[in-house]
Design a protein around this ligand. Sequence first.
Ligand code: IPT
Length: 964
Amino acid sequence: MPPYYEDLSPGTGRRPPRAAFASDAGRLDLSGTWLFRLSPTAEGAPLDFLGPGDPGPGFTELPVPSHWVLHGHGTPRYTNTAYPFPIDPPHVPDENPTGDHRLVFHLPAGWRGPGSVLRFEGVDSCFRVWLNGRSLGTSKGSRLPAEFDAGAALRPGANVLAVRVHRWSSGSYLEDQDMWWLPGIFREVTLLERPEGGIGDFFVHAGFDPTTGRGTLRVDTDAPALLTVPELGVADLPPGRELVLPAVEPWTAETPRRYEARLATPAECVTLHLGFRTVSIEGGLLRVNGTPLLLRGVNRHEHDPDHGRALSPATMREDLLLMKRHNVNAVRTSHYPPHPAFLDLCDELGMWVVDECDIETHGFIHAGWRGNPADDPAWEPMLLDRMRRMVERDKNHPSVIVWSLGNESHHGRNFGVLAEWTRARDPGRPLHYERDRSYRHSDFYSLMYAPVAEVERIGRREEEAPPETAGDPALEERRRALPFLLCEYAHAMGNGPGSLAAYQRAFEAHPRLQGGFVWEWIDHGFRRRTADGREYFAYGGDFGDHPHGGNFCIDGLVFPDRTPSPGLTELKKVFQPLAMELSGDRLRLTNRHAFADLSHLRLSWTLEDEGVPVAGGGLPAPAVPPGQAAEVPMPRLPATAGEGLLTVRAELAADQPWAPAGHEVAWEQFPVSPAPAAAPAPPSAGARRRGGEVLLGGAVFDARTGLLRALGPLRLRGPRLDVWRAPTDNDRGMGPHSVARDWRRAGLDRMEHRTEAVEPGPGGLRVHTRVAAAGFERALRVRYSWSAHGDALRLAVHVLPEGPWEELPLPRLGVGLELPAEFGHVRWFGRGPGEAYPDSSKAARVGLFDSSVAGLQTPYVVPQENGHRAEVRWAEFRGPCRLRVEGEGHFGFTARRWTAADLDAAAHPTDLVERDRLFVNLDHAQHGLGSASCGPGPLPEHRLEPAETRFALLFRALPAESAG
Ligand code: IPT
């Protein structure tokens, strides 16, 4: 007989799964300080802590819930697909860290002991439990509840609860999600009174018929319990009887209307919140209350930089508030059922939820999928147990609209068993499973990381049949009729993702595309400190863990501490549920909500002249119905002297549970008058040599290299061509997509400059150079043409690629220069306030901005190219004097105290050491971001192909601005 942690039973001694609910029966939260001891193996751990006497040696204190590896006992381990132990199912290595937990608790006076239940909300990965020395049972399935009968073992007064937790178990084979392996009792443990005649389980069915406005209500329960909904006048509805309510307000994620209800027997009363809604798939579309949905979703793992998956209620709420404030309307609970309180919050605040089962066997890919538990009948009970525990626990949540069978487990018969059971148990929710490309067990056609072009093809119903259905017309016909979801897309690793707007355009253009879920919500980094106390976030390998998946877990829209990344800011803009278009003096408003009209928003406008507000006011906000459009007249705008931009903002008119009044939901910017064309002044001076220098107006150049050395009082190292950027995670890419590897092979990180000619003349200075990498003939010929125009110095750059450059985009194309260290501030007119790249620029509006150099940096957990400000008209770099740069046409800039090579070499932001100057890049263009760290690279239009290029910049050294 194998030990319980290696057998194929999901557990022993457990009670049947049931709904999570709150009642007036006694509930004792056993969270707090427990005793803990770690043993290196399961076999060698003594059972000396079960009884009332002192436990054996080696125990220290540990908070519960927690993961012991985050409290100094062993280390967290991160792997993506690889199992951190040999593929030898269902066995695990002898080295199986085993944590013994012990708590003495006191039963409150008056506790109704018989029938009491011990409930564990989540224990990773397998455990056995004893109460007062009596074994109650065992369980596997880390992110799912387990209940044990405790009544017979319970005593008045002091009770000894002992829990032995094994880091590895047969269950671990089903838990190969791309995340940290974090053992422990990481969710609450409670003791529940189960009064005789109380309520064991119930299933509320609260439907809504949009054509009549009627609600239907039925509760199935194992007790003779009666349902009362005071607000609806429902009193004592018996189980199993369906009631039709003439008028109810439906629940939707946009309008999360709930009705408080009581389900009661004489012995117990449960409080619940009903949400009336009906989920269906009709006409090939996922609908709620008859209306098709567009899911603007994210994949959410549970992660906290200090506590791992032991999340506080405040952190769960913070996630939801952040999501709602960024126009996210859907969550896929990748890849396991979340803490049950999270779903309560989704019901309350409004969120569409795809609830995913705790099943992933991804590591079998490294064994050619041989022995995959998903396809082995011997594993069926364990898989089915997980599905049942999820469905039973979460079935009463209106927010849960789809059940997902799991993630990345290839395919197999057991999914058929799960699907069949679930359909029978809950016909009211469709099923999702992505990896079985026959989709026989899924009600969605679903993919991950498909490129925009493929998604569009699917939208037009022009996709090819997957091989799994190609030979089976009936199956293929079924698949073709399914609604489409991208269960993962836009890999938000490091700087990125790009192309969010392009995906959204596709989703909005084709009804069959019902949206998707960005991968992923949060960077799974752990807070650590350097020896000298500076904080950083650790990732795979930083704990000496091996094998490890490096920083592949740092792929979220928020940083580990939940600071929104630029990617989330971009997502908010792209997801905004209100589209605005200006045509003439009319503003067209398209309401992209599915259920809410626009009456919760108020509109305002601002006219800016060269970034300075000159006029503004409110606008009437019509209550445009969901999915419809209306026009409002715009006031007559005054003329602007310079570039005029109109910005229209929509903000919350009143406080919402998820954001205060004034929170900006949507905005749009419209150019209303172009920048006046400045007639180029004729050159005011010629260039002449003086010793080793060339003088031109107020500028001094090195006569040998042609580089600018001084401009008036300002000493600098002159601009010269720069094509390199510190590769982003998306540049590094995964698999075949590594453009960064191509760049390095081509030597773009080590370009050398050869000055061919420095030619002063009456019209200015011409410098000819050839820029190329050692070992290669391909080059960029660069001509710098400098001319003086009063106090301004103009630089026109001409770049001509030479030799074979095929298929090799440039990271960036522009010039780099160095300023003295005292330059620490930038003011600019262009896109801001945040960074922007060609395929991630919607969130940055055009305006006048100001930042310290430190404030320009985005602290990606792994340093990489960042902080680029785009479509800049002019910028002033400020120090003892000002260097003003104006573009003839727009340019971009970065300014930092380290080089691209420094950024490239750093593993954590704390590795970056400030140098003695400011490194400024003035870019004509940057390569897009894409999301090739797992998925497609930038779209063709956002690739920076080498081509003959001309751009021009105007430089001025100006005195520092006087205060005030
Ligand atoms: C997909 C996984 O489902 C997800 O958990 C995560 O690992 C993501 O990739 C990458 O971060 S798997 C897919 C790339 C085959």
